[in-house]
Design a protein around this ligand. Structure first.
Ligand SMILES: Cc1cc2nc3c(=O)[nH]c(=O)nc-3n(C[C@H](O)[C@H](O)[C@H](O)COP(=O)(O)OP(=O)(O)OC[C@H]3O[C@@H](n4cnc5c(N)ncnc54)[C@H](O)[C@@H]3O)c2cc1C
Length: 375
């Protein structure tokens, strides 16, 4: 019996969640090979687009359905449970596209919404090699030039960049961060750095910019109160990984019989105690993520601070469940043929992605202690 939850979608949106679950069944069958070969999950992303998921959370005036963010969290966790690389690229795609729609003037907003509906792909080129976690505070300066601003620099870990038609790029203009929606041209070069431990199919490469013009007429000019999918979604990425890791652990523990007792591993008290702890922490992380999504539905300014709390807990829970999976899995779980080792590798990424677990702790800790940043 399923337990009613604050993450249950409104009745009118249940079919979206059910459809995502059906599609995720197929994604999960493709996940191991995508991880092994580190290829982009193009088929999964195309299927999400064709089923209408790309534009579904845009307001109706931009051709969307204005679905709730609670439903978004549920859908994203479902995709992440099946294939976290697909979920990561999809989240970054929506974050860049929705950001451009909501932060652009009317003409550009309509343009980017139309391109999203046509299946064009978006990626975030925000993190800088020197800037690390503070991806919204660029250090690289774009200098005035004809038609806009010229950028010489680099952005790294750009998930899905090899299939992106548009990039959301930031740089310092007049000493302040400025955002642009650019079409990649031959001044951009992809540097294939992404031979990673986990989330291998995100292919989050380095991009260099040599004399790239960030056009003035593609500059974001608006502040928006509309929630961005990325802060709402990041906790759900880790929740999906944690759910997959718990399921793999449970399957192994119920199938593996310990010869000395003749009983399955899952009947041992240490396994039950540890699984109970992780399960309860996962429930708590899911509720905190649901709270973030609910705040987004209320258009509350508390979305971003709450999302740091939800991300921190979800990141740590994913790592905890996955590490228990390795203990319970023993040598069998350590084999490449086992999903347990893949979940363990994937579970590390959430806490590294901005804002990292430590940056979240730092921000939350300052608020708890009522400490202000020095001038
Ligand atoms: C799988 C994956 C996908 C990604 N996708 C994208 C993408 O699509 N687009 C994009 O722009 N970026 C992306 N990123 C980049 C990511 O969001 C971070 O911005 C980037 O990983 C941080 O830089 P760094 O790894 O060099 O870590 P650093 O920032 O150098 O962090 C190293 C260590 O220092 C700690 N640290 C750093 N700053 C502080 C601080 N102020 N306070 C306390 N501790 C601190 C960190 O917590 C960490 O422990 C992705 C990263 C990953 C892993």
């Amino acid at each position: 019996m399923s337990v009613p939850s604050p993450l249950d979608p409104p009745n009118a949106e249940v079919s979206w969640v059910e459809q995502a679950a059906d599609m995720a069944e197929v994604f999960s069958q493709r996940a191991a090979e995508l991880d092994e070969t580190a290829q982009l999950p193009r088929e999964n992303l195309r299927e999400l687009h064709e089923a209408g998921f790309d534009a579904a959370w845009l307001p109706q005036r931009f051709g969307g359905h204005g679905l709730s963010w609670v439903t978004f969290g549920r859908v994203l966790a479902t995709v992440a449970r099946a294939c976290p690389s697909t979920a990561t690229i999809w989240l970054m795609h929506l974050g860049a596209a929705y950001g451009l729609v909501h932060m652009s003037d009317d003409d550009n907003a309509a343009f980017f919404a139309g391109e999203l509906a046509r299946g064009k792909r978006f990626a975030n080129a925000l993190s800088e090699p020197t800037g690390g976690n503070l991806f919204l505070m660029p250090l690289q300066v774009a200098k005035p030039t004809t038609g806009g601003f010229m950028l010489d620099g680099a952005k790294r870990f750009v998930s899905g960049c090899e299939m992106a038609d548009y990039l959301l790029v930031n740089a310092l203009v007049d000493d302040a961060p400025a955002f642009f929606g650019i079409t990649p041209d031959d001044t951009l070069k992809l540097v294939p750095i992404w031979d990673s431990v986990g989330l291998r199919a995100t292919r989050s490469q380095l991009i260099t910019f040599e004399g790239t013009v960030l056009p003035q007429d593609r500059r974001c000019t608006r502040f928006t109160d509309e929630p961005n999918p990325i802060p709402v979604g990041l906790p759900f990425l880790s929740i999906g990984v944690a759910e997959a890791a718990l399921e793999a652990l449970r399957r192994h523990a119920s199938g593996r019989v310990i010869p000395t007792t003749g009983q399955p591993l899952g009947s041992m008290q240490w396994v039950q105690f540890a699984a109970a702890d992780e399960y309860v922490r996962l429930r708590a992380a899911t509720l905190l993520a649901a709270h973030t999504a609910w705040l987004a539905d209320q258009r509350s300014p508390l979305v971003n601070p709450t999302s740091l709390e939800a991300k921190l807990l979800a990141n740590e829970v994913a790592k905890g469940v996955a590490a228990l999976g390795v203990r319970v899995g023993g040598g069998s779980g350590y084999l490449k043929s086992s999903p347990i080792q893949r979940h363990f590798r994937d579970a590390q990424a959430g806490a590294l992605m901005a804002y990292s677990a430590e940056v979240c702790q730092s921000e939350i800790g300052k608020a708890v202690m009522a400490v202000e940043d020095p001038e």
